[in-house]
Ligand binder design. Structure first.
Ligand code: NAD
Length: 510
């Protein structure tokens, strides 16, 4: 997973690529043109590494969203009518260009988000894989089923919805955007993308790559800006047929209300408070590696992070002692340094929120075993934290902290583990470690989550369904069926053999 090139290599790329962001505002991309906001408004984008200015960014509002929605509507006819093979060819070219520029994308992402290069290198490459995966399925995207009965031939087909909106968060912005945009384009939809205001850079890089790869102007548009203005306008726009949203659960609720008057189709990937359950009979070496990886990778700013460790009481003390050693040894540092494991968190406001949980933990009676007082409050580098002796109802065991912070809760038996795991509002992912096959299946069945990994960290296989239950989301991504179902209408056509009877209302003869 670790990037093999040097820090100097990535630093040089970052300096080179970031120069353009300092050179005048980063503009919207609408109808293939880089354009300023209609009212000329901009906002500042700073780096979480040292709070230095990356550059100003066009701040879009309703007028800019309207321009982008019109461009996406105008481009829809041609794009949706093209053959699947044609869409496949172009999307494969997008994948090739992403791969060729993976270092550029990764380096810019590190400086813009604070995520470390060892993970952003992999995330950039995964962006290319996402495009290639959905490109492969583009020729069959419109396929349906044949369902003949005695009197009719029924056949179904899928048709792209039209222009759609994609709204993304800041935690792994490039990779997440490709995961939403690639299937929309493969299905034949056109897109207006509103990236997170704290991490705007790679969204523009993606749209430029797509244009260069031959995607027609207007098929992928980017409008930068705040959620409450640009994002809100996108969710309300009548020409936009659906919103694919990734972000906080509370934002999902707001979007549901904003989108209600225009009856939009919605797909939500929201927050999580995911349990990793370690039973005493597990392979504890592998479990320890996975527990550490699944909360302290990606700065803990990861929807599927295992932020609650449920550990069986009989192994609790020994496991936690070894865990604490590993957490103390995590390498926090420059995100462009391939040896760094944890980088700075995205924004001062987010750091304040994450750090506030130390006091919350103490107030609620938990112990802060690692990371209590090691932070410089002026810096975005947050030391990894380990909260122990927690009980299931404490705030640290219920709320999504979204940082390098793990809460440990002991349990006695399987029933209690399931109870505690399910006792939160969220239901995105669950991880469980046991050598008992029957138990693995029972617990996987009973966890109220959309995805379970047994004896594994989060390893994605792209055809599998991705998404959450409860406050963690609505709908599933993944595979051609889940993603395409969201971006397409399914139509059924029934054709009679002329053999069935038709009731003769109003006729004189019965
Ligand atoms: P956020 O909800 O604050 O923002 C996400 C996006 O929504 C941003 O682009 C923002 O500008 C926009 N937005 C905000 N208010 C809006 C509104 N009223 N209307 C329309 N758009 C609006 O989330 P965040 O802080 O950027 O990201 C972190 C959250 O994302 C965490 O809760 C995390 O769990 C979640 N997340 C979930 C998944 C998943 O797959 N389930 C993946 C990554 C992140």
């Amino acid at each position: 997973m670790a990037a093999t090139k040097s820090r100097d290599h990535y630093r040089q790329i970052a300096d080179e690529k970031l120069a353009r962001f300092a050179d005048g505002p980063l503009l919207h991309l609408i109808g293939g043109e880089a354009v300023a906001s209609a009212d000329g408004a901009t906002f500042d984008n700073t780096s979480p590494v040292d709070h230095s200015m990356i550059g100003s960014v066009a701040a879009g509002d309703a007028a800019d969203v309207d321009r982008a929605a019109i461009a996406a509507s105008d481009a829809f006819g041609d794009w949706s009518q093209r053959s699947g093979k044609d869409r496949q060819r172009i999307l494969r070219s997008v994948a090739d260009l992403i791969e060729a520029r993976a270092d550029d994308i990764a380096a810019v992402e590190c400086v813009d988000t604070g995520q470390t290069i060892r993970f952003m290198s992999a995330a950039a490459t995964r962006g290319a894989e996402n495009f290639r995966f959905f490109a492969d399925h583009a020729p069959s995207a419109h396929d349906g089923r044949s369902m003949p009965d005695r009197d009719h031939v029924n056949y179904s087909m899928r048709q792209p919805l039209g222009p759609v909106g994609v709204i993304t968060p800041w935690n792994t912005p490039f990779m997440l955007s490709t995961w939403k945009i690639a299937p929309a384009l493969a299905a034949g939809c056109t897109v207006v993308h509103k990236p997170a205001e704290w991490s705007p850079c790679t969204a523009s890089m993606l749209a430029e790559i797509a244009l260069e790869a031959g995607l027609p102007p207007g098929v992928l548009n980017v409008v930068h800006g705040m959620g409450e203005t640009a994002g809100k306008s996108l969710t309300e726009h009548r020409a936009i047929k659906a919103i694919a949203f990734v972000g906080e659960s509370s934002t999902g609720s707001a979007i549901q209300a904003q989108a209600a008057p225009s009856l939009k189709r919605l797909h939500f990937e929201l927050g999580g408070k995911n349990p990793v359950i370690v039973f005493a009979d597990a392979d504890l070496e592998r479990a320890l590696d996975a527990v550490v990886f699944m909360i302290y990778s990606l700065n803990g700013e990861r929807c599927t992070s295992s932020s609650r460790l449920l550990v069986q009481a009989s192994i609790h003390d020994e496991f936690v002692e070894r865990l604490a050693e590993r957490v103390r040894a995590l390498r926090v540092g420059d995100p462009l340094d391939p040896s760094s494991e944890v980088g700075p968190l995205i924004h001062q406001r987010h750091c304040d929120k994450v750090r506030s949980y130390v006091q919350i933990a103490l107030d609620d009676g938990a112990e802060v075993l690692v990371g209590a007082g090691d932070d410089d409050p002026e810096s975005n580098f947050v030391s990894p934290k380990l909260f122990t002796n927690a009980t299931p109802n404490m705030r640290i065991a219920q709320e999504e902290i979204f940082g390098p912070v793990l809460t440990v809760i002991p349990f006695d038996d399987e029933a209690e583990a399931i109870d505690v795991a399910n006792g939160v509002d969220y239901g995105l992912a669950g991880y469980l470690w046991t050598s008992d096959t029957g138990r693995a299946h029972r617990v996987a069945r009973d966890l109220e989550v959309g995805m379970v990994w047994v004896n594994s960290q989060n390893v994605r296989h792209l055809p599998t369904p991705f998404g959450g239950m409860k406050a963690s989301g609505i709908g599933r991504d993944g595979g051609p069926e889940h993603s395409f179902d969201f971006y397409m209408e399914t139509k059924n056509v029934a054709v009679a053999y002329d053999s069935h009877s038709i009731p003769r209302l109003g006729s004189v003869s019965p």
